[in-house]
Write a protein that binds this ligand. Structure first.
Ligand SMILES: Nc1ncnc2c1ncn2[C@@H]1O[C@H](COP(=O)(O)OP(=O)(O)OP(=O)(O)O)[C@@H](O)[C@H]1O
Ligand SMILES: [Mg+2]
Length: 457
């Protein structure tokens, strides 16, 4: 068969568009697919110069430098289409006589690609919004806390085991829930377990469940364990430091093998659970004392996150208090606000019980409060024992005995003198003026007015 005879019909049968031009850019051929794809009848363009139609056409550069272009994607203005083309010089007796382009309309692909990019950007924004919402309670101005939140957001979408360290009541569970909500497991169960609350004798059956008939009195049909209940989701092992050594070795095996057996069973169940552990104890000390397995420690301490105590992030106290107060107002159907001096006193307190203690104090006050303001006198007594700056010199304002003649003293003078002394004392013992204002429980305006009045600089 002489293929040359059939070349034209081969070109006509192609689904890709073909255009042939001569070196002077005259269009000499377009196939049927070209006319169909770009809605340009052949007779309308054959004989015309491509330079007049599309001066920047890529085929013209091939004519110019004789180099073919493979998988070359470009936008054709005259056609208003994105195309992907293979462009080859046409040679005759070693001389270039023109070029041929075989191309595909990829506008749809380009549009889809643009749409995909847009969706990706939207998704990223939504994720950030969601992250902010999941961790919104934990927003902080304290650097260490910001670090902990940043790390939590970053690892939330992975399956890495997380170890949350922090004193009791700092919000370890809030972090764990935030991580779960921001993870791809968020539609699956989140099961928090307080290890300390499970007696050692029940640990295995609670954790792994049991098969039917595994012991006298066992439930018909067996029982699902916590691992099975958390399947596909997240398991929080709270107070992991309280786990007995025996249980630690059982947990280690499960984590290592990523599968578990129920009590009294032989079947292995795969473990598809993200594990988050939490403790207020120092696990390194426990390892040294032989109370915690080192190998388990390395298995769970993959991403350690340290949550600072509330006393080290006092700058967040107002924000946290406002959030908790809003929640409590909803719970009790009240509208209650704190007087400024209450906030001041709260910020002077050390919060050994961290945010949990704050929640308790606020709840007690909101619950018993009969008007819309919580006053200093509503605070529990111990808030008045722990006055700030105990380590600094005791407060000894000058009195009439030292500076004024007792018999000639006017009450107004005494009050002014005392006020001046007190402001000076507080200023000396505060980190900055904002703290002094807060401690004094007066407005910024009246604070500066008093500095001016008493010429305190
Ligand atoms: N940043 C916060 N904003 C509002 N409430 C918070 C915040 N952090 C913690 N809480 C609240 O404080 C209480 C204690 O938090 P959580 O149970 O997470 O602490 P924990 O570190 O797990 O304590 P423990 O070690 O005693 O188990 C909870 O009621 C929680 O909702
Ligand atoms: Mg907890």
């Amino acid at each position: 068969m002489r293929l040359e005879k059939h070349l034209l019909s081969i070109l006509e049968s192609l689904h890709d568009a073909v255009i042939v031009i001569l070196t002077d850019s005259t269009i000499v051929y377009v196939n049927q697919a070209y006319s169909t794809q770009f809605a340009v009848p052949a007779k309308k363009i054959i004989g015309r110069k491509l330079t007049d139609i599309e001066a920047d056409a890529r085929i013209l550069s091939v004519i110019k430098d004789g180099k073919p272009l493979i998988n070359d994607c470009s936008y054709v203005h005259s056609l208003k289409k994105d195309v992907c083309a293979n462009i080859t010089p046409l040679m005759e007796n070693g001389e270039m006589i023109g070029a041929v382009t075989i191309m595909k309309d990829i506008s749809e692909v380009t549009n889809l690609q643009e749409e995909l990019t847009k969706y990706k950007e939207d998704l990223l924004q939504l994720r950030e919004q969601l992250d902010r919402r999941n961790f919104s309670k934990l927003e902080s101005r304290a650097e260490d806390m910001q670090k902990a939140v940043r790390l939590s957001k970053k690892i939330a979408r992975t399956d890495a085991t997380v170890m949350l360290y922090g004193e009791s009541g700092v919000g370890k569970e809030v972090f764990a829930k935030g991580i779960h909500e921001a993870s791809h497991r968020n539609s699956q169960p989140y099961i928090p377990i307080n290890i300390a609350s499970i007696p050692d004798s029940l640990f295995e059956s609670e954790m792994f469940g049991y098969e039917e008939g595994s012991f006298t009195g066992s439930r018909k049909g067996g029982k699902k364990g916590l691992l099975e209940m958390a399947n596909g989701g997240t398991l929080l092992l709270d107070e992991i430091g309280e786990m007995s050594l025996n249980m630690q070795s059982k947990l280690l095996r499960v984590i290592q093998e990523r599968q578990f057996q129920k009590v009294g069973g032989t079947k292995f169940y795969p473990l598809d659970v993200r594990i988050i552990c939490a403790t207020h104890r120092n696990l390194s000390d426990m390892i040294r004392n032989g109370e915690f397995r080192e190998d388990l420690y390395y298995r769970i301490n993959v991403v350690p996150i340290h949550i600072p105590p509330l006393r080290q992030r006092k700058e967040d106290l107002e924000y946290i208090t406002r959030n908790i107060l809003n929640e409590l107002c909803l719970k009790y159907g009240k509208h209650v606000r704190l007087e400024d001096e209450v906030m001041t006193r709260l910020s002077q307190y050390d919060w050994p019980g961290n945010v949990r203690e704050l929640v308790n104090v606020l709840e007690r006050m909101v619950a018993v409060c009969t008007n819309s303001f919580i006053r200093l006198s509503d605070l529990p007594d111990h808030f008045f024992l722990n006055i700030p700056h105990e380590e600094s010199a005791p407060y000894q304002p000058r009195t009439m005995a030292t500076t004024l003649e007792p018999n000639s003293i006017k009450l107004s003078e005494l009050l002014e003198q005392t006020e001046k002394d007190h402001i000076e004392f507080i200023l000396k013992n505060s980190k900055n003026k904002t703290e002094a204002i807060r401690t004094l429980g007066i407005s910024r305006k009246s604070f500066y007015a008093k500095l001016k009045k008493y010429q305190i600089f």
